[in-house]
Design a protein around this ligand. Structure first.
Ligand code: UDX
Length: 439
């Protein structure tokens, strides 16, 4: 099948590469010619494990190409995926400008009947709106069908998730369209749910909102555990055995970030509000997360009183490991707070520093070497559970830092290990290992 994919961000690029890998002929279209130039050389514009190899392989096999010219990319395509961004507007709603622009580009350039598949996360009702936009602009006589096919990829494991995900959701108005998309996706070997368009759109928002709710729930439990002397990891383990709850997404920490949860929870609150539903539960989930992202600052302040002249090693900048993405990362709120309090900051991250420099305005030092960050630091704050932070020999904190004091936003270490290493340790939802305890 000849397929076009509009947008070469995380979703578009991974989708295009994966569709070519299962045998389709895919052309990815992007309005940014410099991106297209890089991609055409077989160089991915995002960091995603496994992507480059698959890209190169399928480009060499003649199944994958990139272009900035819509007429070229859309020529003969039977199916066109829209996978452009839907960023958060100031009021929390999803900005559909890019999706509308892609719809017009399709309408102005298509010369054959086509199925347009919306992969971007869009508010319920958008598919029909986009179909109207296309029909208002397309040449008479060309038949356009619309379908919703939301993605559930996690950054850092997007390639793996595309081939081994939990389900594929196809929302279509008629059986023939749903069948065509099911056929395209059949080689992915996952359960396929065919449903109506509005439900497909809602499945994406509801899934992300539910996962965010699990995280905020366990974070609230963690904060209560701290007051009661319980250990949230034990609590989560005990809860997770119940198959109705499940063990996943119950890891307490410094809060969720990334391109999806913050944006989609806000958009769903907005969508509900527009339809006269006050989604109080989800509003609380968002509020808990906003507080959670800066909770460690209170702990740091109650330990030190004042951060003037203190050297702090911020360990990790990305919103989670194995990505260079900082969107909505707790680092983006923690670093300005620590800087405002007078701390002298050195930030460690193995791959996200270039992105960080574009987003962090404060004058801080950066390093890709973990020991360099720890050298002579007065305390360390773990933001991202990168493997080398998790697997560090804890004696390095003793050896390298002025004082081995660690505020861990990701619960990287067992309390036993910490006790043995005699570091002063504050984590999330677990009893602190303070100097008094150690001595
Ligand atoms: C998420 C969804 O998982 C994916 O299905 C959707 O399509 C896009 O959004 P992603 O944002 O890439 O994917 O990352 P994910 O691994 O889900 O983590 C999101 C955030 O939640 C991270 O900041 C992570 O640190 C945090 N998290 C996750 C927790 O704090 N605790 C957990 O138990 C799980």
């Amino acid at each position: 099948m000849k397929i076009a994919v509009i947008g070469t961000g995380y979703v578009g690029l991974v989708t295009g590469v994966a569709l070519s890998e299962i045998g389709h002929h895919v052309t990815c279209i992007d309005v940014d010619p410099s991106k297209v130039e890089t991609l055409s050389k077989g160089i991915p514009t995002i960091y995603e494990p496994g992507l480059e190899e698959l890209m190169k392989k399928n480009m060499a096999a003649g199944r994958l190409a990139f272009t900035a010219t819509h007429s070229e990319g859309l020529a003969e395509a039977a199916v066109v995926y829209i996978a452009v961004g839907t960023p958060k507007r100031a009021d929390g709603s999803a900005n559909l400008d890019y999706v509308e622009a892609a719809a017009k580009d399709i309408a102005h350039n298509i010369t054959q009947n086509v199925i347009v598949v919306i992969k971007s996360t869009v508010p319920v009702g958008t598919n029909f709106h986009i179909l109207n936009v296309i029909n208002a602009n397309v040449q008479p006589g060309i038949q356009v069908k619309i379908a919703s096919n939301p993605e559930f990829l996690r950054e850092g494991s997007a390639v793996n998730d595309t081939f081994h995900g939990d389900r594929i959701v196809i929302g279509a108005e008629d059986e023939a369209t749903a069948d065509t998309l099911a056929e395209i996706n059949a080689p992915f070997d996952m359960p396929i749910l065919k449903t109506d368009i509005s439900s497909a759109e809602m499945i994406k928002y509801a899934s992300n909102a539910f996962l965010a709710t699990k995280i905020s729930f366990i974070n609230e439990i963690a904060n209560i555990c701290e007051s009661l002397g319980a250990n949230v990891e034990e609590v989560a383990k005990g809860m997770g055995f119940d198959h109705r709850i499940g063990p996943d997404f119950l890891k307490a920490g410094i809060g969720y970030g990334g391109s999806c949860f913050p944006k989609d929870t806000n958009a769903l609150v907005q969508l509900a509000g527009n339809n006269h539903h006050d989604f109080n539960l989800l509003k609380s989930v968002i509020e808990v997360n906003n507080n959670q992202q800066v909770l460690l600052v209170d702990k740091i302040l109650s330990r030190f009183g004042n951060l003037e002249g203190k050297r702090v090693a911020v360990l990790g900048l990305a919103f989670k490991p194995h990505t260079d993405d900082l969107r909505e990362s707790p680092a983006l709120v923690m670093i300005p707070k620590l800087a405002e309090l007078g701390a002298d900051i050195i930030a460690y991250d193995p791959i996200a520093i270039d992105n960080a420099k574009r987003q962090i305005k404060e004058e801080i030092e950066y390093t890709e070497q973990l020991p360099t960050a720890l050298q002579n630091a007065d305390f360390a704050v773990v933001i991202t559970d990168w493997p080398d932070v998790k697997n560090i020999d804890l004696s390095e904190y003793n050896q390298l830092m002025n004082d081995p004091i660690v505020f861990d936003g990701r619960n990287c270490y067992s309390l036993d290990a910490v006790k043995q290493a005699t570091i002063e340790y504050y984590s999330i939802g677990r009893p602190d290992q303070t100097s008094e305890l150690i001595s």
